[in-house]
Design a protein around this ligand. Structure first.
Ligand code: EPU
Length: 337
């Protein structure tokens, strides 16, 4: 483990925002975290940088999690158990499980980022959240100077939420997730409830899809709708889909019949932020170098040369438009550093 100083972080965040880390270390194995040089001072744990808004230079120790490895841990009558290092690329890991004949994660294909970051915001897409397939998480706790384990219940998963966020560990850098253990049930059922995926399979004339077919459909839908960060820097959905009281959703629906509404188990209603942003006039519109993507208004894109300040300006303008037109507050999804 080598400590670097003044390390440029632009290539390590998918919005391609500039900023330098005062101190930086690449963590290639879990035991490197025991190094006393990492124990004190402000810290930030960096994964794939795909859910991050960099405000500028970072006066902290940035630990870039690059722990590799993926293997079958065991199996029982119900499931196979597969473990992966925090630094594994998420999409490559999902494709590897499918190639091994272990379905279960196919709906989460092509999500940017790393395995270790996946539980923090409980990544989800097309009717599946990672928490549903997760058995446990191992992390290094800098405060206790020990490895700690969290089973699924300990992780307190919610919509784009987990204990790692609730406790503020994703900001304080107290916990560095080192590996994740997945439970992939053997009684596999295709999950094609989501309209975009169902339509893609129908267009391909596939009535009884395999997990591979679903992965291919998800990849096609994502490639059509979402910009590739390598060509157009972005951080995926920039806002959460807002969850509002049923009465507010009813009133909005009466005034705007096209508004997509998704009733939640707790009686509240999730609204489509992308629709709200589009109706507020922001689809394909920019303020300076930062705009909302022309094919999916929920995705904020850097058209080139943007700083964190530019991102915050566009974010605030979009929030103000949506608040003014619909009375709905939009909460950003990424972490601000
Ligand atoms: N919509 C519009 N205009 C837009 C965008 C969306 O009218 O510009 C409408 C769509 O027509 C649809 C609804 O809004 O009726 C929902 O859109 P979509 O299916 O594209 O999904 P989303 O709610 O915008 C969420 C996740 C995505 C995930 C997709 C698919 C959040 C914040 N985002 O997006 O996750 O891939 O569903 O499951 O929950 C991410 O978190 O980075 C991410 C990409």
């Amino acid at each position: 483990m080598t400590l670097q100083t003044q390390r440029e972080l632009g290539p390590l965040n998918t919005l391609a925002l500039p900023g330098r880390a005062a101190r930086f270390a690449r963590i290639a194995n879990a035991d490197a975290l025991r190094d006393p040089a990492l124990a004190s001072g402000p810290r930030f744990i960096l994964g794939g940088g795909s859910n991050l808004v960099l405000s500028g230079d970072v006066d902290r120790l940035v630990l870039h999690m690059a722990i590799p490895g993926k293997h079958l841990v065991g199996e029982d009558a119900e499931a196979v158990y597969v473990e992966a290092g925090a630094g594994e690329n998420w999409h490559d890991f999902v494709q590897w499980t499918l190639a091994q004949g272990w379905p279960g994660l196919e709906n989460l294909s092509l999500i940017p980022g790393t395995v270790g970051a996946a539980p923090i915001q409980n990544i989800g897409a097309y009717g599946l959240e990672v928490g549903e397939r997760l058995q446990s998480v191992t992390a290094w706790d800098f405060e206790r100077q020990a490895f700690v384990g969290f089973n699924r219940d300990d992780c307190r998963f919610g919509y784009r939420d987990s204990r790692f966020k609730q406790e503020g560990w994703h900001l304080s850098g107290r916990m560095a997730i080192t590996s994740v253990l997945f439970r992939l049930p053997k009684a596999w059922q295709p999950n094609c409830r989501y309209a975009d995926v169902a339509q893609e399979l129908a267009a391909r004339d596939i009535a009884e899809p395999t997990a591979r077919d679903i992965a291919d459909a998800v990849i096609a839908v994502r490639q059509r709708k979402l910009p590739d960060p390598a060509h157009m820097p972005n951080a995926g959905s920039f806002f959460h889909n807002p969850v509002v009281a049923a009465a507010q959703a009813d009133a909005l629906k009466a005034a705007h019949p096209g508004l997509p509404c998704y009733p939640q188990p707790d009686g509240r209603v999730k609204l489509a932020a992308g629709w709200l942003i589009e109706q507020a006039g922001w689809k394909g519109r920019s303020l300076g170098p930062v705009g909302m993507y022309e094919k999916q208004a929920l995705v904020l894109v850097n058209h080139g040369g943007a700083t964190g300040h530019d991102v915050k300006q566009t974010m605030a303008a979009v929030q103000a438009s949506v608040r003014e037109k619909f009375g709905v507050a939009l909460t950003p999804e990424p972490i601000f550093l």
